[in-house]
Write a protein that binds this ligand. Structure first.
Ligand code: NDP
Length: 254
């Protein structure tokens, strides 16, 4: 498919599964060269082969974005390989649910590290390259899409620290949008409702049974491709139009 991402480079964090893998595929179909960032290299290798077979260009970057050095190196490796960076999709994330009373602090720390610190590290490292891309073309605009959540808009009992991270992502995104938008780096959040991915599987069995499985068993949830489609919409707007927020829900999720 020939579209206006041809000649651009996109970095997608959390590209080894779910929304990130679908987004990398979608952006590659739109003509972008894609850097696939995550820890599970075998998954990234498979996706890169798939994208290359379809005629796209993909680079595998094995990195744990909670480690600042690795997050910075992932951006650097992308720019060294492809020569530029036009689009950053901060998608890597973790959702560990449960009560605050008696909570496992290590779970909180892991969530904060990926959803907040990792996003900050990649964003900071990418910004000089995105600002340059916005100045030099080919589109004279660059994009950051942060994958937040409906949990960044609404708080629920048992979601406390996940809510904290996603409300934080929304606030940070809008602040950064105001900082760089007049230099033509567009910054926006995409807030999905329930999507069929591995996200819930990292929770303890009792949390999955009480809070996650009942929802997935009774709801026709979104597919990762629905969110990838939203990301593609955000980053293919004309230069003068910036999508600051996109909220996508399963139709039968109230
Ligand atoms: P998945 O669990 O399928 O994917 C999460 C991705 O994040 C994986 O590719 C994982 O790769 C990556 N990741 C996790 N930790 C790290 C790390 N330290 N360094 C690098 N990559 C990491 O879930 P989703 O696709 O659903 O999640 C993607 C985003 O969407 C998240 O931000 C999530 O909060 C958000 N979201 C999801 C919803 C849903 O219902 N599924 C709803 C709303 C928002 P690896 O393990 O290989 O490192």
């Amino acid at each position: 498919m020939a579209t206006n991402l041809t000649g651009t480079v996109a970095l997608v964090t959390g590209a080894s599964s779910g929304i990130g893998a679908a987004t990398a595929r979608e952006l590659a179909e739109h003509g972008a060269s894609v850097a696939l960032v995550a820890r599970r290299k075998d998954r990234l290798d498979e996706l890169a082969v798939e994208i290359q077979k379809a005629g796209g260009s993909a680079l595998v970057v094995e990195a744990d974005i909670t480690d600042r050095t690795q997050a910075e190196a992932a951006v650097q490796q992308t720019v060294e390989h492809f020569g530029r960076l036009d689009t950053l999709v901060n998608n890597a994330g973790l959702m560990l649910l449960g009560p605050v009373v008696g909570a496992d602090v290590e779970e909180w720390e892991r969530m904060l590290a990926v959803n907040v610190q990792g996003l900050l590290y990649t964003t900071r490292a990418a910004l000089p390259h995105l600002l340059r891309a916005a100045e030099e073309g080919p589109r004279r605009v660059a994009d950051i899409v942060n994958i937040s959540s409906i949990a960044g808009r609404v708080a629920w009992n048992g979601y406390g620290v996940y809510n904290l991270t996603k409300f934080g992502v929304n606030g940070f995104t809008e602040s950064l949008r105001q900082e760089v938008t007049q230099r033509h780096v567009r910054v926006g959040v995409l807030e999905p409702g329930g999507v069929d991915t591995e996200l819930g599987s990292h929770n303890k069995a009792e949390v999955r049974d009480a809070m996650i499985n009942p929802f997935y068993e009774t709801t026709e949830v979104l597919r990762p491709e629905d969110i990838a489609d939203g990301v593609a919409y955000m980053v293919t707007r004309p230069r003068h139009a910036s999508v600051g927020e996109l909220w996508i829900m399963p139709t039968d999720q109230a």
